[in-house]
Design a protein around this ligand. Structure first.
Ligand SMILES: [Ca+2]
Ligand SMILES: [Ca+2]
Length: 279
């Protein structure tokens, strides 16, 4: 039976609060992992910022492992797609600084920078592909290269330093790092976005299964993936997912993409326990 997503308004606070209680009752009862418990607590504290409606996931609820992944793939593949040029304006909304509506927050740097400084010069911010676009070589035509769920504003030079490295622990600081580290073959984001990065990579793995003209993207435990459609390191990403559960900023971002742009969701922000179920 096709699932009809319920397009709940972000600003419907009363409805949102009740949706939190209803929506989270299912994972709270069925999952016992520390991640799920943490997230339930976070969501309850955060109130309206954590709201979603589990009707969206109706076909996936109760499933696990490959069956869950397959069901989520079907659900989240029903989406609107953006052009690469449209991504600029979308990021100004999805990544707006909660404390300054004229700015965006840069993912790895943690810097708040003027929305108007989007571009390619030193001091500008540009469109970082968290799943490095060379991993599968999908470029920037409409598809995975324009999928807002893994695109984030980042300082031009920091974006270049990250390059197409896999994610792993370790390395040295650099200019505007914000606490992020890098070495010759990997990149470690600052603590506050480690889980965000993990959930973005795992979203891409479920969304892109090689069925729609794009490569089948999958996580693995390597830091030498090059142009293969893989991204590492899975064991580290899972650890980061546990250490850094979804924040209000990340949950709002998921809502904005769902409500205003792509009309699909990152399941691992809504149901953190599904990471362990699939991987
Ligand atoms: Ca985070
Ligand atoms: Ca995949």
């Amino acid at each position: 039976m096709p699932v009809t997503p319920i397009r709940r308004r972000w600003k419907s606070l009363a409805l949102a609060t009740s949706a939190v209680l209803v929506g989270l009752s299912v994972p709270a009862l069925t999952a016992s992992s520390a991640g799920a418990a943490t997230t339930t607590g976070t969501a309850a504290t955060a109130g309206s910022t954590a709201a979603y409606d589990d009707t969206y996931y109706a076909d996936a609820l109760g499933k696990s492992g490959p069956a869950l992944k397959d069901s989520l793939h079907t659900i989240i593949s029903d989406q609107t797609k953006l052009s690469y040029s449209a991504v600029w304006d979308a990021l100004k909304v999805t990544d707006q600084d909660p404390n300054n509506s004229g700015n965006v927050i840069l993912l790895y740097s943690g810097i708040s920078r003027s929305k108007s400084l989007n571009g390619g010069d030193s001091g500008d911010w540009n469109r970082e592909h968290v799943w490095a676009k060379s991993h599968g070589d999908f470029g920037t035509s409409t598809g995975p290269g324009t999928d807002l769920h893994h695109l984030r504003p980042e300082d031009v030079q920091v974006n270049s330093i990250r390059g197409n490295k896999d994610f792993d622990n370790g390395g040295s600081s650099f200019g505007n790092s914000g606490g992020s580290l890098t070495d010759s073959d990997s990149f470690e984001p600052r603590d506050a976005v480690k889980g965000d990065v993990a959930r973005m990579i795992l979203y891409m793995a479920v969304r892109y299964e090689g069925t729609d003209g794009w490569p089948d993207l999958e996580p693995n435990d390597s830091v030498t993936n090059g142009t293969s459609p893989y991204h590492g390191r899975l064991s580290v990403l899972k650890q980061w997912h546990q250490e850094d559960p979804p924040s209000a900023f990340e949950q709002r971002r998921n809502e904005v993409i769902y409500d205003s742009y792509q009309h699909n969701r990152n399941p691992f922000i809504d149901h953190p326990e599904w990471v362990e179920s699939i991987w």
